[in-house]
Design a protein around this ligand. Structure first.
Ligand code: 13P
Ligand code: SF4
Length: 317
């Protein structure tokens, strides 16, 4: 019954998209039915690039709020919709603007680099943004003598520090989904699948990352599963991405990395999963909830993102 209802809704969403000249952008962590109706699926960087460069009047963002805000910042003239305004992000919320301002004050003379997984009031305080696809290259693009503040992800920054050797003052934030993968349970799984390669998002804790055969953003992980000759992969990131991995590599096996709490199975992002087909339909029909940002705030938050986009373009990312 749910399937029939979904087929009807998908048809209605398609009609509305055409009627309203709207596009749906989806992150890889969305459910498979949402990925299937999206006009574009990608990681944070690719979604930002797509948001900045399309001819739609309406962008419906199937993802979390900071992603939809980034789309609005890059396309201020367009209407940007998010099916559930409560789709937040624990990593973004781990960076309080008042305390972050104080952190900057206590570490003077440093360039403020922030992950795009931040709320808009943190972007306003930043010199340059980055995503997990370009974090290392963005840091490397800064003059060697420049000291850095990085927020909010302590795990991503430990990876960046290892890759670049730069002097970085670290904000102590994290993502609850990526910190939930268990080293012990992964080691057990490896006994069951000794040939499987472990692929890991850099938001995972260092002990998990140290075990990895490959570390990268969601898009990089997906690409790796296609170009690598292995037939089995243990995937330590939100399991929504496995749908695309299986689609692109139907003969390969993908095993979600287990959570620290065995009752939970794999670690899923409850915020990403707040978006549903039903909510997408209602959102497109009513054209709400809409992302609205004060013009002055938008212009300030735009600077670090545009700076990142220019560097990414220059280096061909
Ligand atoms: P990507 O930039 O790799 O898509 O990651 C986004 C995210 O939210 C990871 O938790
Ligand atoms: Fe935020 Fe983590 Fe969910 Fe990504 S997986 S959206 S960083 S809470």
């Amino acid at each position: 019954m749910k399937e029939v209802k979904n087929i009807e809704l998908v048809e209605k969403i398609r009609e509305l998209k055409k009627l309203k000249n709207a596009i749906i952008l989806s992150h890889y962590y969305q459910t498979s039915d949402i990925q299937d109706i999206a006009d574009f699926i990608g990681d944070s960087l690719a979604l930002s690039q797509k948001a900045a460069d399309n001819s739609a009047d309406i962008i419906l963002f199937a993802g979390v709020r900071f992603m939809a805000e980034t789309a609005k910042i890059l396309s201020p003239a367009k209407k940007v919709l998010i099916p559930d305004m409560n789709a937040g992000c624990s990593l973004a919320d781990s960076c309080d603007p008042v305390r972050f301002k104080e952190f900057i004050r206590n570490n003077p003379g440093r360039t403020v680099v922030t992950y795009v997984n931040t709320n808009i009031d943190i972007k306003v305080l930043s010199d340059i943004s980055c995503t997990s696809s370009n974090a290392v290259q963005i840091i490397e693009s800064l003059p060697a003598e420049e000291k850095i503040i990085f927020g909010p992800d302590r795990n991503l920054v430990s990876y960046i520090k290892e890759m670049t050797g730069r002097d970085i003052a670290i904000w102590d934030g994290a993502c609850h989904v990526h910190e939930d993968f268990s080293v012990e349970a992964i080691l057990d799984l490896k006994k069951q699948y000794p040939e499987a390669k472990l692929i890991v998002h850099p938001e995972c804790e260092p002990p998990v990352r140290m075990m990895a055969d490959f570390t990268g953003s969601t898009a990089a992980l997906l690409k790796f599963t296609s170009i690598d000759s292995s037939d089995e992969f243990i995937v330590a990131t939100e399991p929504g991405i496995i749908y695309q991995m299986e689609k692109k590599n139907p003969m390969k096996k993908f095993i979600p990395a287990p959570s620290k709490n065995s009752a939970r199975g794999c670690s899923e992002c409850n915020f990403m999963k707040m978006i549903t087909i039903e909510k997408i339909y209602e959102c497109l029909k009513k054209e709400e909830p809409e992302i609205v940002i004060d013009k002055e705030v938008l212009l300030k938050a735009r600077k670090p993102i545009v700076r990142m986009m220019k560097i990414s373009e220059k280096i061909g990312l």
